[in-house]
Design a protein. Structure first.
Length: 372
């Protein structure tokens, strides 16, 4: 175990899994192992989490409770409202495929002041992996939900999975979201994790060109807050501004990012590890909120999660060998585990190559081009 703590003692947010079920989607790249099973979070789980979260929220403005599934709307409005009720002073966010969004859900979002994020991968032809349980394309059902959000005046962000970071598609990809009116966009290059065993290939040069082209499109029409571009800008500011006390990813404490599963089990650092385990470490949880407070689980996370010590070994190896470490801070735990055959102490992953190293190089290429 490291000689000094590496995890923050108070998280910035908590991820809640109100149900494992995902309706009506069955995306080919999904990592969730139980997305066809309707496991519901019981009210005592939410109440136990709120006991720790409410003091954190009182002390930290903007504390976020993120409802992420499965498909959170598959929980049902009454039950989801009951799960949210114990929380005080938090910002509720919800990530949805929007297929179940109707007028009643829109009224729910407005009444509970819920920030809505929609999962959609760009124009229709870029959504080939987003299909329904019946095997039909999911694009139109998601777009119907988005139109209902827009009619009710509900702002929404978006998360897109890019399975093929083709620079030729970057501009059209960005323009789709700009025209859609999203407030912010997160771009996830498809990852090998959980039950998704692909992609197996990482074309670094192609990914660099994609990020450079995406930065070009954003610069030409900067109407969407592009999460990845913002990360690079924040890093550059922290490095270049001597007056800026903000730490870089390499120097900041890690956010424990507790993910609370439907049964109350808590996994730190990587939501994608929830529901998985192995012979060496068990189920990766630090414990269960029905037995111990979430504040205790966070404070004792490194002692309660033996796999984290092996993860720190991988982070230290990255620090010693990777020139991009200052920006990245080390590969995500789930990417290391699933790409390195069940170990957390590996170094570079395909995710690093396409979504961190290529991102930084691509934006740097964009800056050099426009500085000439």
């Amino acid at each position: 175990m490291p000689s000094s703590p590496r995890l923050a003692t108070v998280p910035r947010s908590v991820i809640m899994q109100p149900t494992t079920l995902c309706l009506p989607m069955n995306c080919a790249y999904c990592y969730l192992p139980f997305r066809k099973t309707r496991n519901l979070m019981a009210l005592p789980v939410a109440e136990a989490v709120a006991t720790s979260v409410n003091p954190w929220a009182a002390a930290r403005r903007g504390f976020e409770v993120v409802w992420h599934g499965g498909e959170p709307l598959a929980t049902g409005r009454e039950h989801l409202a009951a799960l949210m009720a114990p929380f005080e002073g938090v910002r509720h966010s919800l990530q949805t495929n929007a297929a179940l969004v109707d007028g009643s859900w829109c009224e729910f979002f407005l009444a509970h002041d819920v920030h809505v994020g929609v999962s959609i991968d760009g124009p229709q032809d870029m959504n080939a992996h987003r299909v329904t349980l019946a095997g039909h394309p999911g694009f139109n059902v998601t777009m119907r939900g988005i139109e209902r959000l827009r009619r009710h005046g509900i702002p929404f962000s978006a998360i897109a999975v890019v399975s093929d970071p083709d620079p030729a598609n970057a501009s059209r990809f960005y323009e789709f979201f700009a025209d859609l009116g999203v407030t912010a966009l997160g771009v996830n290059v498809e990852e090998e994790e959980g039950v998704n065993v692909g992609p197996r290939r990482a074309d670094h040069s192609r990914a660099v060109e994609f990020w450079a082209a995406l930065a070009d499109a954003w610069r030409a029409r900067p109407v969407v807050r592009l999460r990845e571009i913002q990360r690079v800008l924040n890093f550059a500011s922290a490095v270049l501004d001597a007056q800026d006390a903000a730490p870089t990813p390499a120097t900041a404490l890690w956010d424990p990012l507790p993910t609370v599963a439907h049964d109350g089990g808590v996994v730190m650092l990587s939501p994608e590890l929830a529901g998985f385990g192995d012979d060496r470490f068990g189920d990766f949880t630090a414990g269960n909120v029905l037995n111990d407070g979430l504040d205790v689980l966070v404070a004792e996370a490194e002692q309660r999660s033996p796999w984290i010590a092996e993860f720190w070994q991988g982070v230290d190896a990255c620090r010693a060998t990777c020139p991009t470490f200052a920006f990245c801070g080390g590969a995500h735990a789930a990417n290391r585990y699933f790409e390195h055959g069940g170990r957390f102490d590996g170094t570079r992953t395909r995710y690093c190559t396409t979504a961190k190293i290529a991102l930084l190089e691509g934006v740097a290429r964009h800056v050099r081009t426009h500085a000439l």
